[in-house]
Design a protein. Structure first.
Length: 51
């Protein structure tokens, strides 16, 4: 796999992850749910409407 192909693959994966996260937030907003994040081993819950 060439460097250009690897970059394109990485970009496509990142775009897919971004779209998936956007869909998750949209669905959580509809149900007024929380989304859990982990940072430095600590779990934090945030209302989807705050994002």
């Amino acid at each position: 796999m060439s460097e250009i192909e690897a970059r394109e693959l990485r970009d496509n994966v990142m775009q897919g992850l971004y779209q998936t996260f956007e869909n998750l937030v949209r669905e959580k907003k509809k149900t007024n749910s929380d989304i859990a994040f982990a940072k430095n081993g600590k779990i934090t819950k945030v209302k989807a409407t705050e994002l």
